[in-house]
Design a protein around this ligand. Structure first.
Ligand code: AHN
Ligand code: ZN
Length: 331
């Protein structure tokens, strides 16, 4: 492997049977020391997968682009050796419109009880309701960051898993209809449950009955140019140990400028429903900019500027290498 990151895990044993004066490790100590070789995450590849999704056009439920991209994602996961489930379901939007949705799940080592779940939404928002230009506010967005970036990172991780399997079984879950929440200009009541329709369905009706994993990690908007990730409120309520672990791994790898170990805001995102409906402890890696006048999610959020020009290979690398390390270290 060209630039694999070596990661040494030390398992301490209760009593050492080392002979006095002998500085070398004993056989049992050597057994306890496991060198874990973590693949180097290729962020250029994640960038390309992000672009591939955007090239279909906005991935809004019931559109041709949505249908074509679903096929692309399922085939891509299959080509990377995952066992793929396409969970098709009709879901009802805030305006009572019927949305033809599909959650796409790629499973590795499906027989293993030791599992990690990795989540991202794959749909894009039907309206640029936060665009500075009023004329754009009914136009669907590319969602290069909001949607495609997390999926791009997870597709690259899937490619790495096919090359070298981690100890854990892994489920990569692409949720549909996360971003169909009522637009700003909607006159009716705006309920939290209008968002995250695909994850709500999956959490009630998982692709395998009684599904459980050790924990879940949600990636949402993980490719922005000015991204910084803080401890998200619900992630700390439901999965604080996991959240702190991820942030400490990021720091150790030199990505401390992206992962700030301080409290950020709270977001009603897919992880809230996975935590509350399925009781699977799940964290959300989502940007937080306290001082951004447009939005705490960044300047391109729910605007037509959320396109490939908003995507940074460096941010994809910071997030991708961090979660790759977390996944491969888990035993
Ligand atoms: C709410 O605005 C309630 N949730 C935002 C979750 C989201 C939208 N993530 C991406 N786009
Ligand atoms: Zn969104």
């Amino acid at each position: 492997m060209t630039s694999a990151v070596m990661s040494l895990l030390l398992f301490s044993c209760g009593s050492s049977n080392r002979k006095s004066g002998n500085q070398s490790t004993t056989e049992s100590e050597q057994e306890m020391m496991k060198a874990i070789d973590v693949p180097s995450f290729d962020a250029d590849s994640a960038f390309q997968y992000t672009k591939d999704q955007c090239d279909f056009g906005p991935r809004v439920p019931n559109s041709q682009a949505h249908k074509a991209c679903a096929k692309f994602l399922a085939n891509k996961l299959r080509s990377f050796g995952a066992q793929v489930t396409e969970q098709a379901v009709d879901l009802i939007a805030y305006d009572d419109k019927m949305l033809h949705c599909v959650n796409i799940i790629g499973s590795y080592k499906p027989e293993s009880k030791k599992r990690i779940a990795l989540f991202s939404h794959w749909d894009s928002r039907p309206f640029a309701d936060h665009d500075s230009d009023v004329k754009n506010r009914h136009t669907p967005i590319d969602g290069a960051n909001d949607g495609a970036s997390g999926v791009g990172v997870l597709l690259e991780l899937a490619r790495q898993i096919q090359k070298k399997s981690p100890e854990m079984g892994v489920d990569i879950v692409f949720f549909d209809a996360e971003d169909y929440g009522a637009p700003e200009y909607y006159k009716g009541e705006k309920k939290d449950e209008y968002w995250c329709l695909g994850s709500q369905y999956w959490a009630r009706q998982p692709h395998v009955s009684d599904y459980m994993a050790r924990y879940g990690i949600l990636l949402d908007m993980v490719g922005g140019k000015d991204a910084s990730f803080y401890y998200e409120y619900y992630s700390m309520q439901y999965a604080s140990k996991l959240t702190k672990k991820i942030w400490s791994v990021a720091k150790e790898l030199g990505y401390g400028r992206y992962f700030i170990s301080e409290d950020g805001g709270g977001v009603t995102d897919d992880h809230v429903f996975v935590n509350q409906l399925m009781h699977l402890p799940t964290t959300d890696i989502i940007p937080y900019q306290a001082n951004n006048k447009h939005s705490s999610f960044g300047s391109t959020w729910h605007t037509l500027n959320d396109n490939m020009s908003a995507i940074s290979v460096e941010t994809l690398k910071a997030v991708g290498q961090t979660i790759t390390t977390v996944v491969y270290r888990e035993q």
